[in-house]
Design a protein. Structure first.
Length: 132
């Protein structure tokens, strides 16, 4: 006989102290799904701030920066990307996000480089070379 759990069972969240239906809790958890989501997003933002401090220290050394960014989870990279104002698409892979951040810091080190990423030098008023 299959055992069914009635959805009218209630449980109290240990964070918000609200009584909620048992389906709003993950299995064997005392904190509801919405509170866990808020906790995780806060934790990710704090981690991103720590990573940003480290990035500020190594941003002149591009190879070390790239290796450092490879160690960061994608969801945190998205927050870092937003912090620096680097554009991205929702479908971007982790490697594309890292590439965009690295190109951003390369362009800050040498403002005369082509913004399209080919590496050639451009005239002062232009941002992209003739080839791109």
């Amino acid at each position: 006989f299959p055992v069914t759990i009635p959805t009218t069972s209630k449980k109290t969240c240990h964070t918000c102290y609200q009584e909620k239906i048992i389906t709003q809790f993950e299995y064997n958890r005392q904190i509801c799904k919405s509170c866990r989501f808020l906790q995780l997003s806060t934790k990710n933002k704090e981690k991103a701030q720590d990573y940003i401090k480290d990035i500020e220290e190594i941003k002149e050394n591009i190879p070390i920066l790239e290796n450092f960014l490879m160690q960061i989870p994608k969801d945190t990279l998205v927050l870092i990307n937003t912090h620096y104002g680097v554009g991205r698409k929702a479908a971007d892979s982790k490697n594309n996000i890292i590439c965009n951040i690295v190109q951003h810091f390369r362009s800050l080190l040498n403002p005369n480089l082509c913004k399209a990423g080919c590496g050639s030098t451009v005239i002062k008023n232009l941002t992209v070379c003739d080839k791109c």
